[in-house]
Design a protein around this ligand. Sequence first.
Ligand code: A2P
Length: 292
Amino acid sequence: MTTIPQLTLNNGVQMPALGFGVFQTPPDETRAAVAAALDAGYRHIDTAAAYGNERQVGEAVAASGADVFLETKIWISDYGYDETLHGFDKSAAKLGVDRIDLLILHQALPSEFGRTLEAYRALETLYADGKVRAIGVSNFMVEHLTALLDKATVVPAVNQIEVHPYFTQPDVQAFGAAHGILTQAWSPIGGITFYRDSGHRSTLDDPAIGGIATTHGRTPAQVMLRWHLQQGRSAIPKSTNPERIAENLDIAGFELSAEELAVLDGLDTGRRGGPEPADITLAAFGRPIPEA
Ligand code: A2P
């Protein structure tokens, strides 16, 4: 079984650098996918209240008996101080745990940033009470991080953002690095680029990435994951296929050169695959998170 390197968060908590993602994994497939991931050696699972599969993640983890780092996210519909405290209760109950390892805000709500700040204040309370081991954010841009740090007493441990070779957000990464906020990559092998309109190829078919993969006798996905880890990021690749789940964890035993890392950095198109963070509103994206 592969040993996964650990990253130390800004509060000293250790987190496996590679986590297993379950975004868009339907609830009925989640248990099997998480079981395959735990079997392959993953010990960090990333889910979210909004994914609707926390219960199945919890069941798979409980069935395995493994000690697993659990990360989940509060959805925008549960922002506000009391609402977010209750959001923790819902997620913890669905996951079947008393304490969550890493709890993050899923998005900034730029048009109602006060609500975002109240949600974060609830995370700080949960942290002070020992109900979560670390707190953080997701999809926060530099202006959101700046506004948050102005009010926060706990610096977020993590900012989970879209990072793959076609979209690297260097400004957000640099701001995080300067403030002790670890960048965690979602869609780390560029899955979000696979289904785009024609004319824009997928990262998996990129000739430069393919060339580096051939040099090392590895797959494009393994090269991209290695790039994240060598640059100090956490990454949460997702797959429902047991071979690819194992392939994505099998990234020890080769090292990308500085030139190869620069080639990957140079593929950035500046074109986001996910929703524009500035456009996230309750009207457009709000939906109730069910009780446990
Ligand atoms: P599948 O579940 O069939 O494996 P990302 O996490 O970057 O968004 O990528 C997720 C997408 O990439 C999913 O469509 C997943 O499909 C696919 N995928 C995951 N791992 C690999 C891999 N090693 N090689 C090719 N495709 C992969």
